[in-house]
Design a protein around this ligand. Structure first.
Ligand SMILES: NC(=O)c1ccc[n+]([C@@H]2O[C@H](COP(=O)([O-])OP(=O)(O)OC[C@H]3O[C@@H](n4cnc5c(N)ncnc54)[C@H](OP(=O)(O)O)[C@@H]3O)[C@@H](O)[C@H]2O)c1
Length: 271
């Protein structure tokens, strides 16, 4: 069976590739601006905004399953249109699709969000991720759509690097922005399980611990043996930025469905 990982040069995509190669799968992985892919992966350059190129690659590779990860924070054409192009090509080739979505499509509220809660985006990135979901669901109702939260791990995690920067005085972490971080390895294992399953539709796949970004910074300080006293914090409310504040994903359905254990961030970042 061939697995196509779109975004193999990325944090999650790279981890999905490494695990699939280790499991003996043939893996084709794409990059865009950053050439390369993990060892054992057949790397191909792909721009997901180029619909003809996406169709040509998927048609040539003939994957049994496609994992779709690409996004650019401020680029609708990559995040929304690109996801639609991948879904269209996967459906055309009869390939199983796992699409990566985000908690950023929720507005934020004190109560946890269920798997099927409709998007309520408050900023452009969240709107693009919501549009991507709609496109994927229309084009391929059998696809699995994984809503996830802050992806953590080692220094390759952008979220961990943000914490390290704030601990070094080069940025701030919000005390009022709450998320449910997930380990990149746990998430990659869950994605591969879903690729081999017939689960259709939305699924929250995040950790069970809800923490603020500032609390995440303190956990990162402990994990890396850094002085937490250096951590600079602020509030999202006072920043003037329009961002979802409290977003807790209820991942209990995924926890029951999957063999992969989704660990909480306190356990993940234990020293
Ligand atoms: N990171 C988080 O904390 C987080 C939280 C919630 C949801 N998510 C979702 O999880 C998924 C993976 O996130 P990540 O952190 O692993 O992302 P990432 O490390 O930034 O990787 C993004 C990937 O997208 C590729 N890409 C960008 N523009 C492209 C284009 N025009 N054509 C083709 N590929 C393109 C990049 O390739 P190059 O680098 O080679 O250009 C890279 O492989 C995303 O869908 C994101 O929305 C992430």
């Amino acid at each position: 069976m061939t697995l196509l990982v779109v975004g193999a040069s990325g944090h999650l995509g790279g981890e999905v590739c490494r695990r699939a190669v280790a499991a003996g799968q043939r893996v084709v992985g794409t990059y865009h601006a950053h050439p390369g892919a993990p060892a054992g992966v057949e790397a191909r350059r792909l721009d997901v905004t180029d619909r003809a190129a996406v169709r040509a690659l998927v048609g040539a590779v003939r994957p049994a399953a496609v994992v779709s990860t690409p996004y650019r924070y401020a680029d609708w054409s990559v995040t929304a249109d690109g996801a639609a192009n991948v879904a269209y090509a996967a459906a055309e080739a009869g390939a199983r699709l796992v699409h990566l979505s985000s908690d950023a499509l929720h507005a934020g509220r004190p109560e946890p969000y269920a798997d099927d809660d409709v998007p309520t985006p408050v900023f452009a990135y969240g709107a693009a991720k919501a549009a991507a979901e709609t496109a994927v669901r229309v084009v391929d109702p059998g696809a699995a759509l994984v809503r996830t939260s802050l992806i953590v791990g080692d220094e390759r995690s952008r979220q961990v690097r943000l914490c390290l920067d704030a601990l070094a005085g080069r940025g701030v972490l919000f005390t009022d922005e709450v998320r449910c971080p997930v380990d990149v390895g746990d998430l990659a294992a869950a994605v591969l399980e879903l690729a081999a399953s017939d689960h259709a539709g939305l699924l929250n796949v995040a950790g069970p611990d809800a923490v603020s970004r500032a609390e995440l910074g303190l956990l990162v300080a402990r994990r890396f043996g850094l002085d937490p006293g250096g951590l600079r914090t602020a509030t999202s409310a006072a920043s003037g930025l329009v961002r979802p504040v409290e977003v807790r994903l209820d991942s209990s359905r995924a926890a029951g469905l999957l063999r992969t254990r989704l660990r909480g961030v306190a356990e993940l970042l234990a020293p």
